[in-house]
Design a protein around this ligand. Structure first.
Ligand code: GLC
Length: 642
């Protein structure tokens, strides 16, 4: 797509010098016109294009030049699928941001991603004031939208590693592999506190104790944003979902088949603050540039209120009390849930403090509706100015006015061995040893090993949701090593027999390893009891455990986003057919070799349970500190090996 004059002003110097005479003439004309909402691009001296000015001065100058339509355009975030048929809408409406939901793998390489985004950036720069757009994605455990990108353990595994600095390093690698593709903004970290393991987003949480999310928020935000948001290895981070998304009541959701996700949090304000608010204070203190509002509702005693329409929580508490000065972005089409009257939904959400609306499809309707609300006085222009100032501030900080187009200098490092080493270290550190009869682990590597289970040879299962697609996939959605490949890497291939359903003879092996697994899911789709997901082992995996552990000493590895119902399969320690060693592997990501490392002593087992492990599903919600607390394995439990 061709570029217009404003865009050319930011192209390489050769174009700038070739155009200097023509632009100089235009600038002289502009200087003679009194600045106001109807003047064109600035002249670069003493105004928003002057990078030597403080950001707040640049924001004030630009805001003063903008029409109300341009301001509302900046508050609009559209999904790329909605504008691909009319790319020029991006410039004509001055759309502030684009995204593609679910980290969908639209392209195979960073360069292809960058070219797509630059095409829309070209359109954005054609707008009257040439305001660049921001592109956002759910790079929540790696930039999994690129098939060769490194996939890190999901947050629950990072929480088990009890190593916030390691999580920060993982975020920094993710940021580099995201910005190298021309993407400016990740909707991460989730600083949710998962209080009921039946929740389909438990794995996006660092655990049930707010202290974990509190400890991780700062290092992870810093990992994503770096020292300079304009660097080609930094992305804007998002603390989400504000507030209490992990504390909803089972059965309170009214969204589709969901039971927990997007439900109602029924707590006193004091409980809400102590359990769910604290991690956001840490994120704000770390300088997080955006916060995503939660789909859920809170009922502090006066009935449920959608968080997206909660002016007290968003404006008074988050922006006022906590001092958050970044962007509050809505969740996906979440404004529509506030009211069946769309105008009322838009008015209530923007007045509550939502600054950017992830519409994400009908952006014209949103723009015209909000414009009508401003014209009728339903929404004050001061509120619009506050929202747009927050958005522009982050765009200036990202360096988009100076460098609106992708810098793919680090594209070759996407999926590099160095990056994979960080993911392998994180996977190993997250391994949590829950039983180890007879000190069976670590193995020596000399044993003949029988491997079974649905999670042994499946990068898709070991990566979980938000991997190359919203729900993830049981088939290989990305590159990396499976747990089986990790085992084969250490033990000689001849010594390893793999039979996923344990139909091959077992007896000849010295030891058996059964890797049981959940199939991937995301959000409410994974709510236990809602649809196809619950906390029980699959029949095939349960049968494989039974077969292998009846024949030889056996190790069960659980690949899951949350505690599963393992008690019925364990047997009493030391009795025949019992499980000798039990490992929670969580969702380790693309580097399955990190799961094998502690198995053979190449790394210690040192993980600690970030969530309580129930004896049975119905014991949920089950959290440390409960008056009646009788878990199978307690929060913080984990055996250690050298
Ligand atoms: C989803 C999720 C949110 C995600 C957003 C964009 O519904 O709730 O975590 O960032 O939409 O994909």
């Amino acid at each position: 797509m061709g570029a217009s004059l404003p865009a050319l002003l930011r192209r390489p110097a050769i174009l700038w010098s070739a155009l200097a005479a023509a632009v100089a003439a235009a600038v002289v004309t502009v200087l003679l016109v009194v600045p106001g909402a109807d003047d064109g691009p600035a002249d670069g001296d003493g105004d928003y294009l002057d990078a030597s000015l403080p950001v707040d001065e640049r924001v004030d100058d630009l805001l003063g030049r903008m029409t109300i339509e341009e301001k509302i355009g900046q508050m609009t975030q559209a999904t790329v699928g909605a504008v691909e048929a009319a790319p020029s809408d991006v410039g004509e409406y001055g759309i502030g941001s684009l995204l593609n939901g679910g980290s969908e793998a639209l392209f195979d390489t960073p360069e292809e991603w960058a070219a797509m985004i630059d095409g829309y950036q070209d359109e954005a720069l054609k707008s009257r004031l040439g305001i660049p757009l921001m592109y956002g994605i759910d790079a929540v455990h790696g930039n999994t939208a690129i098939p060769g990108a490194v996939v890190f353990p999901h947050n629950i595994g990072l929480g088990a590693a009890h190593d916030p600095d390691l999580a920060g390093r993982a975020a920094a690698v993710t940021a580099a592999e995201t910005r190298a593709a021309g993407i400016h903004w990740t909707f991460a970290p989730c600083v949710c506190v998962a209080r009921d393991s039946r929740w389909g987003r438990t794995y996006e949480s660092y655990g049930e104790d707010p202290g974990l999310a509190f400890e991780y928020a700062g290092p992870v935000v810093h990992g994503y944003q770096g020292e300079d948001l304009a660097a080609n290895t930094s992305v804007l981070a998002t603390a989400k979902h504000y507030v209490g998304d992990g504390g909803t009541d089972y059965g309170s959701s009214t969204t589709g088949d969901y039971l927990l996700d997007q439900g109602v949090v029924t707590l006193t304000e004091e409980e809400l603050r102590s359990i769910h608010l604290a991690p956001f204070q840490a994120a704000v203190d770390a300088g997080v540039g955006s916060v995503m509002a939660s789909f859920s509702s809170t009922d502090l005693g006066e009935g449920p209120l959608k968080t997206h329409a909660d002016e007290y929580l968003i404006t008074d508490v988050l922006k006022g009390e906590l001092g958050f000065d970044g962007i509050v972005v809505s969740d996906w089409q979440a404004v529509d849930q506030v009211s069946t009257d769309y105008a009322e939904a838009v008015r209530a959400s923007v007045n509550a403090g939502i600054d950017m609306v992830m519409v994400p499809f009908e952006y014209e309707r949103f723009i015209s509706t909000l414009l009508s609300e401003v014209e009728s006085g339903g929404v004050a222009e001061d509120r619009i100015d506050d929202a747009v100032a927050r958005i522009l501030t982050q765009k200036f900080a990202l360096g988009l006015f100076e460098q609106p187009f992708a810098d793919t200098a680090h594209a070759a490092e996407v999926g590099s061995d160095e990056h994979r080493d960080v993911a392998r270290e994180a996977a190993a550190a997250s391994q949590t040893l829950l039983r180890n009869d007879g000190d069976l682990l670590p193995l020596t590597g000399q044993e003949s090993i029988y491997v079974a289970g649905s999670g042994a040879d499946s990068i898709g299962r070991q990566s979980g949701g938000w991997t190359a697609s919203w729900q993830g996939s049981t088939v290989t959605p990305t590159q990396g090593t499976t747990i089986l490949a990790g085992i084969q890497e250490v033990a000689s291939d001849a010594a390893v027999t793999f039979s996923e359903d344990a139909s091959e003879p077992v007896e000849a092996a010295d030891v058996g390893i059964v890797v049981v697994a959940e199939d991937p899911y995301a959000e409410g789709v994974g709510d236990a009891g809602a649809g196809e997901h619950d906390l029980a082992l699959s029949e095939d995996d349960a049968a494989a455990v039974e077969t292998v552990c009846a024949a030889v000493d056996c190790i069960v590895i659980v690949v899951s986003g949350r505690p599963v119902e393992i008690a019925p399969h364990l047997g009493e320690p030391g009795t025949p057919r019992s499980v000798d060693s039990l490992v929670a592997a969580w969702l380790p990501g693309s580097e399955g070799a990190g799961v094998a490392d502690p198995l053979f002593g190449a790394a210690p087992y040192n993980g600690r349970l970030p969530v309580s492990w129930p004896r049975q599903t119905d014991d949920e919600p089950l959290n440390v500190g409960d008056a009646e607390y009788d878990p199978l394995f307690a929060f913080g439990f984990g055996l250690v090996t050298p």
